[in-house]
Design a protein around this ligand. Structure first.
Ligand code: ADP
Length: 193
């Protein structure tokens, strides 16, 4: 099971990824969580990333590529994972494609039979803003939220077409109760191995 969770900030990616990863006993890899841990620990990477995150901007691609490459090489990532928050740009997606090719050998992830699925959780903007404001994380003030939504539309939304063209997209309406969304994801993805 190789899953990418996409969707705007506040769509519920993290919540759903956590529940399903526990159920399927695969790691939940959240680049936002990894970055926040680096910020708290004041590592060189955290110090570089913090200003971008506080402004609602994306952290430069190269830093994310290094993080993901290292994480994917950990032993627990060998039999599957849910990747939450990556890829978020077209260059990140291209990089990830190549990384999976290198890991899995010939064929990579572009074939129809490959296990990779990209899940998009769709939620209207006004609901997203309300959800994020009530969450109250450090980067959840109204100005930063608007910026993150704009960045999402400009840089991340094009990935939906990218994965749809490869027949890897699973689109789910995220504007429903959490349990309903979980059940639909389970059903949509249960045919995968
Ligand atoms: P959300 O989806 O709620 O905005 P995340 O926890 O996924 O939150 O990410 C928080 C912040 O971390 C983003 O606003 C961005 O600055 C940074 N970040 C996370 N993943 C990436 C990524 N793949 N590329 C660039 N920046 C990222």
């Amino acid at each position: 099971m190789q899953l990418i969770f996409m969707g705007p900030p506040g769509a519920g990616k993290g919540t759903q990824a956590q529940v399903l990863a526990a159920l399927w006993k695969i790691p939940h890899i959240s680049t936002g969580d990894i970055l926040r841990a680096c910020v708290v620990a004041k590592t060189p990477l955290g110090l570089k990333a913090q200003a971008y995150m506080d402004a609602g901007d994306l952290v430069p691609d190269q830093l994310l590529m290094d993080i993901v490459q290292e994480r994917m090489n950990q032993p627990d990532a060998s039999s599957g994972w849910i990747l939450d928050g990556f890829p978020r740009t077209v260059p990140q997606a291209a990089f990830f494609d190549k990384l999976l090719c290198d890991v899995s050998g010939a064929g990579g992830t572009s074939g129809k039979d490959c296990a990779l699925r990209a899940v998009n959780l769709d939620v209207p903007d006004d609901i997203l803003v309300a959800r994020l404001l009530s969450r109250g994380r450090q980067d959840d003030n109204e100005e930063t939220i608007r910026r993150r939504l704009q960045v999402y539309r400009e840089q991340t939304e094009p990935l939906i077409a990218f994965y749809r063209a490869r027949e890897q997209l699973v689109a789910v309406d995220g504007d429903r109760d959490m349990e309903v969304v979980t059940a639909e994801l389970q059903q949509a993805l249960s045919g995968d191995s």
